[in-house]
Design a protein around this ligand. Structure first.
Ligand SMILES: NC(=O)c1ccc[n+]([C@@H]2O[C@H](COP(=O)([O-])OP(=O)(O)OC[C@H]3O[C@@H](n4cnc5c(N)ncnc54)[C@H](OP(=O)(O)O)[C@@H]3O)[C@@H](O)[C@H]2O)c1
Length: 334
């Protein structure tokens, strides 16, 4: 079997490439930087790097020729941004480029597409019950411009599927943690800040998480057995900052911050630090948009992927232990 993977150097993408190669797939992995690809994927048998950007698809799209599956993980991915409006960049990458990629995948005879959305496009249930795949969010309900671009993308893909033959399965991962997060994404930054004792404390929060390796496994199973048009939330544990810190203490031997701050104070500090960071043209440690996500307390069910794809989510402690070990081995974490 032959796979084309976009975002091959990302948290999800590099775990996916690794698992595909281990399972005997021939993999072509798109990467913007050959140097980063060599660092993340070097030495893997059956893996060929295709250097390119989603913005210059014409140069490399032919490499999808004859692939059984396209796994699309690359995205303009941040919960918040330092300055300016990123809306057009987000929608160019997460909507227009995705649709163009799928058109070209069909042209080159790709058998199935597995697309990565997010559980940020799943609506919180007003009755407090756990949300499922049918709880779809309208783009204007999204908590931030990134979530909005992914929700617009979900709709655009549905529209695309009405007039195209290539089957598309969509996965909606929760907040992903895991080894191989070189970026790092927000979760990796949280772990690195924890290890470096840079976190002042916790606050009331509630968020769904999943291991990037389990999300990758779900995508491979979806390519194998899910019919086009299916959507799967990938969500393993509902947790909180306090619980994450407790487990991180256990697996790393580093003491976490003991202080607990009330939410109004945290929101005010985040708002103030955003203003200051923007004057200084610097990143803020925690943005108001990130806070909204961490305190929304939305619960999404990853049970359909268990039932229909036979997925088994690993314990959160294993995820955090392996993440910490990876950062220490790679020299990024203390
Ligand atoms: N991480 C999460 O918590 C989470 C949760 C739900 C859904 N998702 C979705 O999961 C997918 C994978 O995210 P991730 O966590 O693996 O994030 P990530 O580590 O930031 O990976 C994103 C990947 O996309 C690549 N990329 C970005 N812009 C590109 C472009 N214009 N052309 C080609 N490649 C480009 C990046 O390349 P570089 O390595 O060169 O930067 C990177 O390999 C995304 O679709 C994201 O929206 C993530």
């Amino acid at each position: 079997m032959r796979a084309f993977v976009t975002g091959g150097t990302g948290l999800l993408g590099n775990n996916l490439v690794r698992q595909l190669a281990e399972q005997g797939w021939q993999v072509r992995a798109l990467a913007r930087s050959a140097e980063k690809a060599a660092r993340m994927l070097g030495g893997l048998a059956n893996v060929e790097i295709v250097e390119g950007d989603l913005g210059d698809m014409g140069k490399w799209a032919g490499r999808m020729d004859g692939c059984d599956a396209l796994f699309h993980t690359a995205a303009y991915f941040r919960e918040s941004f330092r300055q300016g409006s990123h809306r057009s960049g987000l929608e160019q990458t997460n909507v227009a480029n995705a649709i163009r990629l799928f058109e070209l995948a069909e042209k080159y005879g790709v058998g199935k597409i597995v697309h990565t959305s997010t559980n940020a496009t799943i609506r919180k249930r007003p009755d407090g019950e756990v949300s499922v795949e049918s709880d779809r969010m309208e783009p204007d309900e999204a908590l931030n411009p990134y979530g909005r671009s992914k929700a617009v993308g979900d709709l655009a893909i549905e529209e695309f599927s009405r007039s195209h033959r290539v089957p598309i399965v969509t996965v909606h991962p929760a907040w992903m943690f895991g080894p191989g997060d070189a970026g790092p994404t927000g979760s990796g930054q949280l772990v690195l800040n924890f290890l470096g004792r840079k976190l002042p404390g916790s606050f009331p929060s509630g968020i769904d998480v999943v291991d990037a390796r389990d999300a990758a496994a779900a995508m491979i199973r979806a390519a194998d057995r899910a019919p086009g048009g299916e959507r799967y939330i990938l969500s393993a544990h509902y947790t909180s900052l306090e619980e994450l810190f407790r487990i991180l203490e256990k697996v790393s031997g580093v003491w976490g911050p003991a202080k607990k701050y009330p939410l109004p104070l945290v929101y005010f500090s985040a708002w103030m630090s955003e203003r200051i960071a923007s004057w200084r043209n610097k990143e803020t440690a925690l943005s108001v948009e990130e806070l909204k996500v961490m305190t929304e307390r939305k619960r999404t069910s990853g049970a359909k992927a268990v039932r229909e794809l036979g997925l088994a989510y690993r314990p959160l402690e294993e995820t955090l232990r392996d993440t910490v070990a990876w950062y220490r081995e790679s020299g990024m974490g203390s």
